[in-house]
Design a protein around this ligand. Structure first.
Ligand code: NAD
Length: 244
């Protein structure tokens, strides 16, 4: 489904991102994965190698526009085109507002929103050459918020606004911009959340289970592929109908 395409995936070292790397590779794309540290990038590349999947990886500071620009240019110089960007890197929050500092809040915005802006801004000039697909990672909490950790849903509402607006701005260049809004998905991010936050949420899932990373990766695959060539500006819920 992605034969001949070049994809960059942020937060590609584990969880939803790593699964998306696999699914894109299995569908014929060349994939560059990004992570926050050399060790996690090396580990992901090693894990994939054991499954006979070859990718390269980088660990730029996604909040440094110059570093991001230089890396994107390097990738473009090597492959000649950049077709797909998946902005997947993200951090969650669980504390009450009383226990959230300004610095905590800014940290979430930096990775969940500002990094997405940097990456997107730098790939657009290259995508304008041949068209492209930008995919962002929202969340079901972008629909109804969550009872604590206010920075996280705030950032995901922003992801939706960014997605819908850029879809309109970039449509004339045949660049599609969509987001996937996962429900609770079995990754390290969820493992770090307290049980009292997860259990009541699981009870609200009509399909009766937590999502698997593959469920989300498959949605990215569809939206990245030409099967979705008339879809842009959409926030696709992949949450077993858990949204309310
Ligand atoms: P995860 O914690 O397993 O992985 C997060 C990824 O983001 C890692 O690869 C990590 O290296 C990267 N990352 C974190 N901080 C970074 C930084 N400062 N710089 C660069 N990279 C950084 O999480 P996941 O569950 O796979 O989540 C992936 C995305 O899906 C996130 O955007 C998250 O908000 C979203 N999401 C997850 C769930 C869920 O239930 N797991 C639900 C809805 C949305």
């Amino acid at each position: 489904m992605l034969s001949g395409k070049v994809a960059i995936i942020t937060g590609g070292t584990r969880g939803i991102g790593l699964e998306t790397v696999k699914v894109f590779k299995l569908n014929g794309a060349d994939v560059v994965l990004l992570g926050s540290k050399k060790e996690s990038v090396d580990k992901a590349i090693e894990t994939l190698k054991k499954e006979k999947i070859d990718v390269e990886g980088y660990y730029p500071n996604l909040n440094n526009p110059d570093e991001v620009k230089e890396m994107i240019k390097k990738i473009h110089d090597k492959y000649g085109h950049i077709d797909i960007l998946v902005n997947n890197a993200g951090v969650s929050a669980k504390d009450s507002i009383d226990n959230t500092t300004y610095e905590d809040f800014v940290k979430i915005m930096d990775i969940n929103i500002n990094a997405m802006f940097n990456m997107t801004k730098e790939v657009i000039p290259y995508m304008k050459e041949n068209g492209g697909v930008i995919l962002n990672t929202s969340s079901m909490v972008s629909i109804y918020g969550q009872p604590s950790g206010v920075g996280y849903p705030t950032s995901k509402f922003a992801v939706n606004g960014f997605t819908k607006s850029l879809a309109r701005e970039l449509a004339p260049f045949n660049i599609r911009v969509n987001a996937v809004a996962p429900g609770i998905t079995k990754t390290d991010m969820v493992a770090s959340l307290p049980e009292e936050m997860i259990a009541p949420l699981v009870k609200t899932i009509p399909l009766g289970r937590i999502g698997e990373p593959r469920d989300i990766a498959n949605a990215f695959l569809f939206l990245a592929s030409d099967l979705a060539s008339y879809i842009t500006g959409v926030i696709l819920s992949v949450d077993g109908a858990a949204r309310s």
